[in-house]
Design a protein around this ligand. Sequence first.
Ligand code: ADP
Ligand code: XUL
Length: 557
Amino acid sequence: MEDYSLPKDSLFLGFDSSTQSLKATVLDSNLNTVASEQLQFDSELPHYKTKDGVYRDPSNNGRIVSPTRMWIEALDLMLQKLSKSLDLSKVAAVSGSGQQHGSVYWKKGSAAILSSLDPKKPLVDQLGDAFSTKESPVWMDSSTTAQCREIEKAVGGALELSKLTGSRGYERFTGPQIRKLFQTQPGVYDDTERISVVSSFMASLLIGAYACIDETDAAGMNLMDIRQRVWSKIVLEATAPSLEEKLGKLAPAHAVAGCIAPYFVERFHFNKNCLVVQWSGDNPNSLAGLTLSTSGDLAISLGTSDTVFGITDDPEPRLEGHVFPNPVDTKGYMIMLVYKNASLTREDVRNHCAEKSWDVFNKYLQQTPPLNGGKMGFYYKEHEILPPLPVGFHRYILENFEGETLDGVNEVEVKEFDPPSEVRALVEGQFLSMRGHAERFGLPSPPRRIIATGGASANQTILSCLASIYGCDIYTVQRPDSASLGAALRAAHGYLCSKKGSFVPISNMYKDKLEKTSLSCKLAVTAGDQQLVSKYAVMMKKRLEIENRLVEKLGRC
Ligand code: ADP
Ligand code: XUL
């Protein structure tokens, strides 16, 4: 039997460069977590003056960016933190996760700076001026509707773009963002020698050269042919001139990007043979960290964004949702829905209605009845992705609603709810939307089980509400940050593939011993009452009806 064990005493490091923080998880050769760290951008790098890790344009035009330099400084600081408690020379491989879609624009001549970093100086002092624009558009940006429509039109429509790239034109996707930069700041575009996404940007820092964009994260750009996994010439042409040379080559997620740069060997004592495995997007990394391997399982990440995802071998791209390659299976795909009004909107309602306390928020959820006496809310603190609706809160009371039928049920729009009902309307509304849209996309319904992750998955009361609405058991992993865990696991996987000289199925690494590793899932909440699940199905139908009407009246697309 072939030996797939990892070298004894070796460590595998995974980062997660997300919207609000940089996190790290370190696994040993038995895939157990030996260290984890977190660095919050707003509080630990206050000189950038970000709020939730980003800058929102005050004119409310949907432009949302982050300072590129902040991500660089965070990497140096995080490695300082880790090196205090860990012998980094034992790290055999590093990989990472980046918030999807965000982009970085390297100025002409920067490759040379990147390849000759002085280990005595901080990274940010040397790379601070290496960018043609200092602010990176991030996934929360919604300022490129015109560019999305132009690209869709050039390839024969929204559905055609989706069939080709896995998604219709989405404002946050990198292709429309690049087109906007080319149209509005042509000088900046011309002065750019390389465009990275957040994941390939961070990998570039670690190898001291431009890293490829991995195929999984590339599917979040509206630029890659999803079946062939190559840049799509027709979409490149519709986006901006000479784009292919600025994007570089694509690589599979399990490939090695390079060895760690001398800067990190000298400054933090990494071994010079330490491999840097391709970084990928945060949702693909979560898929790996949650070891999602059967199409009956659904994963729900409750982080800065809420995402719902599952796996399939035969995806059918649609107008709604996204198809990405599976980062740990060379043939498979992941399908995903994304919500922008997620943790930050829950925090907003918590702050206004529940004394800024999750305990009070939870108390309100517990003291209000399921179905909320027919009170239903739509809360968009930011322009929403799914459905595409502008900022605004909409509240309805469903009169005569018992949960059996919609016959005789009228909805009446109201201005406000009492605080406990507001909290329940928000949480029920978010989960009903997920259930409704996931069913439409053909994701399993009901799923065999849901694996929950992300910051809010630490909240048992929120998870109970999820179980009542979906009617299935909810599992969680040991720590709510599956993206950095998945990245550490992918570091080990990439290391093994490299040593074996070809792709190895990831399950070979943990076969039979999954339960003994930090990847094991545990049951958090058991399935809710099935009668209630049916009542929620009736409420969900009504919700989708109202949502369609709101989109017709207010939608941007
Ligand atoms: P990211 O997607 O940026 O990696 P995280 O997964 O770390 O974000 O999630 C961060 C969010 O988790 C915070 O904005 C916070 O609202 C939420 N969160 C943390 N603890 C709780 C809790 N007990 N209940 C609900 N939400 C929580
Ligand atoms: C995915 C998306 C978000 C970000 C959050 O399409 O936009 O989930 O990846 O970091």
